[in-house]
Structures are given as structure tokens and as C-alpha cells.
Write a protein that binds this ligand. Structure first.
Ligand code: OKP
Ligand code: ZN
Length: 350
């Protein structure tokens, strides 16, 4: 398969996230992708490629994200440093948010207010290189979707930061631009009548769900830790089925902390049955490997070999597939687990 590599991923190397009242080292590090690239060097399951040059990326992003959100992200670092040159030494984190009853229609002048308006947690620092890295990652996702639309059986967008928590006009959960949603929208634009996004990251893909919630052309399915106890907490319940034209085109399969491989694969079957029932012509897989038993921030129990089986099962769904890289924080094992998915896929795709 074609693997589009984000050459700028190291430019996003944020230092600290807020956790239990303290700033702690960020879990989402460049080392995660270093391990995937190292494992791909050992087991070359695909061709490593740079994203395409002519992508019309700005317009493509504007089809899934609000223009004022994209403008804010693009200029956030410069604004931050303009507030005080000393800010260049510190990453940006929000500390105030408009909750129920507050106004979201008035764009505040205050930078502190705008960064709150456009985010939902204090765990997703922005630094000097965040926009460049996120944009190049989105270029990889769009390139992967264009390759698949052009006849490739499968393509992988090997990028960080991840994307599935980023919504129409908000960032959070280490995500800024929604790579999986961009891939799905690109497949639609290129002629697929119906597309499905299957999110297998440990955490609910709230951003992707929200982007497509009112639409019936893109089915969104997510298998994840039950939001009653697991991040992102405020979305991802089984009764969220879509709204308006999109009613019935969203499926959440929350699973309790501690879920083992048998139960997880049963949920995967239910998710793939929904993809088939939707008559999707192409599939986007938001691939997080934080379902791994050794993941430091998650609670499922998948083992390394289970990722081979996941790849095989995805191939047997028989659809053209774009995969996007999402979570996975057992850093030393991320490479093995991700490449296992790709190897399993290639073995079963024949
Ligand atoms: C992003 B993705 C741990 C707090 C964790 C955010 C988790 C984001 C996961 N100290 N907070 O879905 O893998
Ligand atoms: Zn995750």
C-alpha cells in the first residue's frame, strides 16, 4: 500500500499538558512516529511517499472545518508571541471555555477567549510548529484519499498530530485538523456515493462524529472506551444515532474499561456490519493502537498479534481503504502494532 509520510511531524513537539491540576509531559510525542518509521524500515509493507503538491488543501479543509477556526489556528502562534515576546518560550493552552448558555456567535477580541472558543480541553498544547505539522498531516490524509480514489486498494496517512477529536471548529485530545474526516470528504468529492469512517482508536472519535452528524452520505462508526468513564467523556454514547438527514448514520459502540480481545472483535463485527449495510463504496479507518494492553492512558487489552488480525479483517471487508494514524501511547510498541495492522491487511488483501 501507499504510505504518505508527514515529513514535518517533529515540528509539533509540545512540552506539557494539564492533568490533575499540574502540567505533566505530553503523551503525544514525535517518538511515537519514530517507532512506526523504524518498524517500517524493518518490515517494508508499503512505499513511503511524500504528500502530493497540488492538493487544493485550503478548500478541502474548509469543507470540514469552519473558516474562522482555520484562520485562528494558522495565526495562533504569531498572535501568542505578539502578546509578549517571552511567550515564545511557552506552549499555548486554553484556560476558559464558553459552556452552555454562553455566546459562541460573537468572536472575542481576546486571544485567551478565542483559544477557549476553539477548543475543549487543556491537554492539547499549541507550539510554533503545530500548524505546519498538522497541515502537512492533512496533506498526507488528502493524498492517501486521492490515491485510493484513483484506484489504489489502500493507503495510509502516517501523520501526527492525530485528528479524530478535532471538530468543525474546535481542537482537543491532541488533535487540530481531522485527517479521517478530510479523507472521507475527499473520497466523496472524488465520486464515492457513500463513505464510512470506522474509528478503532480507544477514544471516541467525537470530532468526526460531529462533522458528519447531520449527513447520511458519510457513516461514522466508533468503537471506544465508554464515555461515562473514559475521555472525551461528553460524547460517544450508544444513543447518539445522528440527526436530521443523518439519523441512523452514526453508530457508537462503547465498551467498558478492561475489555478483552474477544469482546472487542465482536464490536468490530457489528461496526463492519453497519459499514456493509450503509453500502459504503470506500472505508476510512481512524487507526489508533491505544487499545493495546500496555497503553499508559487507556484500558483495553489487545495484544500485538491482535493487530495482525485487525488488519486481515479490515482487508476482508473488501472495500478500498484509507487509514489515518490516531492514538497509541505505549511508545516502544506503537511501531510494531501499527505495522502489524498494515502487514495483516496486505496479507489478506492478496
Ligand atoms: C487522543 B487520541 C492523560 C490525559 C489524556 C487526552 C487523551 C487524548 C487521546 N494524562 N487526555 O484519541 O488517542
Ligand atoms: Zn485515543
Amino acid at each position: 500500500m501507499k504510505i504518505f509520510r508527514n515529513a514535518l511531524y517533529r515540528r509539533h513537539d509540545a512540552r506539557l499538558e494539564m492533568y490533575r491540576g499540574r502540567l505533566v509531559p505530553c503523551h503525544e510525542t514525535p517518538a511515537r512516529l519514530d517507532h512506526v518509521l523504524a518498524e517500517l524500515a524493518r518490515r517494508p509493507v508499503g512505499m513511503l511517499l511524500e504528500p502530493l503538491q497540488q492538493l487544493d488543501l485550503g478548500a478541502a479543509l474548509a469543507a470540514i472545518h469552519a473558516p474562522r477556526y482555520l484562520d485562528f489556528l494558522a495565526g495562533a502562534w504569531d498572535e501568542w508571541v505578539a502578546l509578549d515576546p517571552a511567550n515564545a518560550q511557552t506552549d499555548i493552552l486554553p484556560a476558559v471555555w464558553p459552556v452552555r448558555g454562553f455566546r459562541a456567535d460573537v468572536l472575542p477580541e481576546s486571544f485567551a477567549a478565542r483559544i477557549g472558543l476553539f477548543s475543549f480541553d487543556a491537554g492539547s498544547p499549541i507550539m510554533a510548529g503545530t500548524w505546519a505539522a498538522a497541515r502537512e498531516g492533512a496533506a498526507c490524509a488528502r493524498s492517501a484519499a486521492l490515491a485510493v480514489a484513483g484506484g489504489e486498494r489502500a493507503a495510509f496517512a502516517l501523520t501526527r498530530p492525530p485528528g479524530h477529536h478535532a471538530g468543525p471548529d474546535f481542537f482537543g485530545g491532541y488533535c487540530f485538523l481531522n485527517n479521517a474526516a478530510l479523507a472521507a470528504q475527499t473520497l466523496r468529492e472524488q465520486g464515492a456515493a457513500r463513505v464510512a469512517v470506522l474509528d478503532v482508536d480507544y477514544h471516541h472519535g467525537n470530532g468526526t462524529q460531529t462533522i458528519f452528524y447531520g449527513r447520511d452520505d458519510v457513516l461514522t462508526v466508533s468503537l471506544h472506551g465508554d464515555p461515562r468513564t473514559e475521555y472525551p467523556f461528553f460524547l460517544g454514547h450508544a444513543d447518539e444515532r445522528g440527526e436530521g438527514a443523518g439519523l441512523g448514520a452514526n453508530l457508537n459502540l462503547p465498551l467498558p474499561r478492561g475489555t478483552t480481545v474477544e469482546t472487542w472483535f465482536e464490536a468490530l463485527e457489528a461496526g463492519l456490519a453497519a459499514v456493509a449495510a450503509h453500502r459504503a463504496e470506500a472505508l476510512v479507518v481512524a487507526l489508533g493502537v491505544d487499545t493495546f494492553e500496555g497503553d499508559p492512558i487507556s484500558g483495553f487489552r489487545l495484544r500485538a498479534d491482535d493487530y495482525l488480525r485487525l488488519g486481515e479483517r479490515l482487508a476482508r471487508a473488501g472495500l478500498p481503504v484509507v487509514l489515518t494514524m490516531e492514538g497509541g501511547y505505549a511508545v516502544a510498541e506503537v511501531g510494531i502494532n501499527v505495522v502489524n495492522v498494515l502487514e495483516g491487511f496486505e496479507a489478506a488483501a492478496g
